[in-house]
Design a protein around this ligand. Structure first.
Ligand code: H79
Length: 459
């Protein structure tokens, strides 16, 4: 009996000591050039797919016949479901229609360059085969297969980068926030054994993800606002992860100083490689920092049967362009069903975005923020290496005269993307005026290429 208690306690002490030693031994030192190299693929990508998938897809927003308000993946908190009762959902999670290659193809066809999927959301259920837990898709469900492994390989087969979401907050684990029931999300709750959860559960799970899934290039943390977490702990976790895999890109929710849904860290020394605005685009852009807006296609992240508030394709494309024009990435969410199917309303919108991206992708991928501010008719993106600026015309002027606001030097040439025919440019009242062609190539966003005099104009 004594020994049974002593052994885990000793193991914990040894583990904690080993981690502390590793952290102290290897604080990350990275030059600006090394950071640029590490971030290069992510900065070029501009567009990714977020996937929220877990046990919450089973109730899909309804609990004991009642519609539960709020986000689908928050149902355990919203309906105040005890952890043991919620865990029973695993027996009903059998996504036999899950086809990882089909999901990767949906992302690829949309023009997305990477996929981030929930490996564990706030509810604590893991979508991968964890050895430190039986509360995962392999051990606890009739499906018995590792969804993270399947999607990681499918993403790579499709030429996409891959990463995982991981919630620091955990409503299932007895040493984490399970004890906060019925208010799992209590801001003041402290677990006396939180360090044990971190050392014997969270970090081992993260080690499994980073070492056993070589495709993982991004760790996307969340649930970091809990009272038991701090920037200092986040910095240690960030360094520890980078010691295992130096190429990892880690979001700022690894720390504790995010400013709400605006998403940027309050403290400039806070850990993390990029800021995470949620459900919003920074109004003025954020020059010189890496950030990624995550956004839903309807109102929920995890599947809900009754959420029909879908954004239309025009809004979605313009949001992507707005984000790129401000120097950020867009991580657009899908919430597959418990059968493993991405809702048709999501697939059709993503396909339509892909139709636009196949023609106009050059004006998004690898671009940087607008050098000419925010024009009233749309947005600008820029490609520094070529001195090209892309004018994204959302509102096609009735008189077919477009003022290139912000552009001072005479452009060398202006033409429609995909059509080298030069358009006439004259000096007018509103600055350089472009005579647009009779036919508007896209009612979503018609893109003009503006060849500026030199690279100086693009920065
Ligand atoms: O994973 C997605 C969300 O589940 C997670 N972040 C994204 C990426 C997230 N965590 N918190 N929030 C989003 C803010 C939303 C809080 C709400 Fe609620 C949940 C609003 C309604 C349910 C908590 C409970 C706050 C109000 C009631």
């Amino acid at each position: 009996m004594q020994l049974r208690r002593l052994v885990p306690a000793l193991t914990l002490a040894i583990l904690a000591f080993a981690e502390a030693t590793a952290q102290n031994a290897a604080p990350r030192v990275e030059t600006a050039a090394q950071k640029d190299a590490r971030m290069a693929w992510w900065r070029d990508a501009r567009f990714g797919m977020f996937i929220h998938w877990g046990l919450y897809a089973v109730p899909a927003g309804t609990w004991h016949g009642e519609r539960v308000d709020g986000l689908g993946e928050w149902i355990m908190n919203q309906a105040k479901i005890p952890a043991s009762e919620y865990a029973q959902l695993a027996k009903q999670f059998n996504p036999v229609q899950f086809d990882a290659d089909a999901w990767a193809k949906t992302a690829k066809d949309a023009g997305m360059k990477y996929i981030i999927i929930t490996s564990k959301h706030h509810d604590g259920f893991a979508n991968f085969d964890s050895k430190v837990s039986s509360y995962d898709i392999v051990d606890a469900t009739p499906y018995h297969r590792d969804a993270i492994k399947a999607l990681a390989s499918a993403a790579h087969r499709a030429g996409l980068r891959f990463g995982v979401y991981y919630s620091i907050m955990d409503w299932h684990h007895p040493d984490a926030q399970s004890g906060a029931y019925p208010d799992y999300n209590s801001r003041s709750f402290h677990s006396p054994n939180f360090a044990r959860y971190v050392e014997t559960y969270m970090k081992p799970q993260l080690r499994e993800l980073v070492t056993q899934y070589p495709e993982i290039d991004v760790l996307w943390f969340d649930g970091e606002w809990i009272a038991d977490w701090s920037d200092a702990q986040g910095q240690q976790l960030y360094d520890w992860l980078h010691t295992m895999k130096p190429s990892l890109i880690i979001n700022n929710r690894v720390g504790h100083s995010r400013q709400g849904m605006a998403g940027m860290s309050a403290n400039k020394d806070a850990p993390g490689d990029f800021g995470t605005p949620e459900q919003r685009v920074p109004p003025e852009g954020l020059p010189g920092v890496d950030w990624e807006t995550c956004m839903t296609l309807n109102d929920t992240w995890g599947f809900q049967t009754f959420d029909d508030n879908w954004k239309d394709t025009k809004t979605l494309v313009r949001t992507l362009v707005d984000v790129a024009s401000k120097g950020g990435n867009l991580l657009l969410n899908v919430g597959p069903t418990a059968q493993g199917v991405i809702p048709a309303q999501s697939v059709s919108r993503l396909r339509e975005m892909g139709d636009w991206m196949r023609v106009n992708g050059e004006s998004v991928y690898g671009t940087t923020a607008s050098p000419f501010g925010l024009p009233t008719w749309g947005r600008y993106t820029a490609r520094q290496s070529t001195g090209k600026v892309y004018a994204h015309v959302f509102d096609w002027p009735k008189n077919k005269q477009l003022a290139l606001t912000g552009v001072t030097a005479r452009p060398r040439s202006v033409y429609l993307l995909g059509d080298k025919k030069p358009l006439s440019v004259e000096r007018g009242e509103g600055g350089w005026m472009v005579s647009l062609p009779a036919v508007r190539p896209s009612a979503i966003d018609a893109v003009l290429v503006v060849e500026t005099g030199g690279t100086s104009a693009t920065r």
